[in-house]
Design a protein around this ligand. Structure first.
Ligand SMILES: C[S@@+](CC[C@H](N)C(=O)[O-])C[C@H]1O[C@@H](n2cnc3c(N)ncnc32)[C@H](O)[C@@H]1O
Length: 390
């Protein structure tokens, strides 16, 4: 992470521009925070720099939640800030150019906003969840050049390994996403997916709430699959198979096919290991039978409320509020000037919360990227709006 350590800096008058960056305001931590944030805009995007006291010095770095990529942009922002703030620098790590090379290797790695704003629509889409070594995904992509594959994984070394293989094998039909599969399907348009592979999901026998497969997941899978589309669960865990089957049977209408110990077109590393150990392998194929209603993925996360109420500041509490399907946690409050504040908060689903800021300018709006429109985030946003209204 690029950063600068300074003995002193000047708090200049804002807004002020330098090298394409506009420094909008300084925000001082007043409740739950001892740091200072600087609002910055660059080519229509926004982010924060954080200034944190460290002994007799200060460390200045991009704020983790809002930082932009590539890293070189953040380095340039720190340089521009230090010019305006006449920083008396002790140390910086701004000279490396590694970031540019790292970026080049990642052209097939997309972020969630890419799928949200421009879900690929020209080819039929197949999704593999938790691709691990990527053996199955690479095999399918090679054999189905007309299909676009989306591979989801949360284990970074597996992602890097797959990206390397995609490049090496010259494949043009795989996009990779580092994102929790339990939420991703919620953001996919209806009726666009031909197949979803869920092979050897982590059984989580002691923490079943962490399983990828759930009632909600099956319902979302039915919605995103075209009629005739298939969700394929393969597992070596009899208890996961039983659990899955019970969930599938709760759905009012679908077609199920169950197989035991059939030979798949390609076996994964996990499968090879279990077969060597003589374990049984279970397959459940769920076929979607009907067209689903389109889903509105355009929720705008706009607030109707105006200004931050004094009573909100007086009663500010960092105690998380837990509701049935979501939570809200106000973490820190920063003051920009008499009317303007910045609130750091997290909210949404317990598994994959949104971490963000609300800027009261004085009308509230999310600063930086908008939250992802999952059901939990939308429900939490509506509740936040009620709280802000009082
Ligand atoms: C047991 S491995 C199976 C890998 C591969 N499918 C195979 O058959 O060899 C399960 C994989 O799912 C990934 N995973 C677990 N939870 C996930 C989630 N919520 N979203 C996406 N991937 C997940 C893990 O990182 C792991 O690589």
């Amino acid at each position: 992470m690029p950063h600068i350590v300074v003995n002193s800096y000047e708090r200049f008058t804002t807004p002020r521009s330098q090298d394409g960056f506009t420094f909008l305001w300084f925000a001082d931590g007043i409740l739950g925070a001892s740091d200072r944030l600087v609002g910055v805009s660059y080519e229509g995007r926004e982010f924060l720099l954080q200034i944190r006291p460290k002994g007799p010095s200060c460390i200045i770095k991009p704020d983790k939640l809002t930082r932009l990529s590539p890293t070189i942009v953040m380095k340039e922002a720190l340089r521009a800030f230090c010019l305006l703030a006449k920083c008396e620098k002790v140390y910086d790590n701004l000279s490396s150019i590694k970031a540019i090379h790292a970026q080049k290797a990642k052209e097939y790695l997309k972020d969630i906003d890419f799928f949200l704003h421009s879900f690929p629509g020209q080819k039929e889409v197949w999704i593999e969840i938790g691709f691990g070594s990527g053996r199955h995904l690479l095999h399918q992509a090679k054999n189905h050049p007309d299909i676009l594959f989306i591979g989801l994984e949360i284990h970074k070394p597996s992602i890097d390994q797959l990206l390397g293989q995609i490049k090496l094998q010259g494949l043009q039909n795989i996009l990779v996403l580092d994102y929790d599969a339990r939420l991703f399907l919620e953001l996919v348009p209806s009726n666009v997916v031909g197949k979803i592979f869920l092979h050897f999901p982590v059984p989580w026998d002691k923490k079943p709430h962490r399983r990828v497969l759930s009632r909600k997941f099956i319902q979302e899978a039915k919605r995103v699959l075209k009629p005739g589309g298939i969700l394929e669960l393969r597992t070596d865990s009899k208890s996961y198979f039983d659990y899955g089957l019970e969930l599938f049977l709760q759905e009012p209408k679908l077609k199920l096919q169950i197989d035991k110990n059939i030979e798949p077109p390609i076996s994964s590393k996990y499968e090879d290991r279990w077969v060597r150990l003589g374990k049984d392998i279970y397959d459940v194929r769920m076929e979607a039978l009907e067209l689903s209603a389109p889903k509105d993925l355009g929720f705008d996360f706009v607030f109707g409320a105006s200004g931050l109420r004094e009573s909100f500041i007086e009663n500010f509490s960092t105690k998380p509020m837990v509701f049935e399907e979501f939570f809200i946690h106000f973490e820190k409050l920063y003051r920009i000037d008499e009317d303007r504040y910045l609130l750091k908060l997290s909210f949404g689903s317990f598994d994959r919360p949104a971490h963000t800021y609300i800027l009261f300018d004085p009308k509230p709006r999310y600063f930086g990227k908008r939250p992802i429109p999952t059901d939990a985030n939308i429900a939490a946003h509506k509740r936040i709006e009620e709280i802000l209204h009082g």
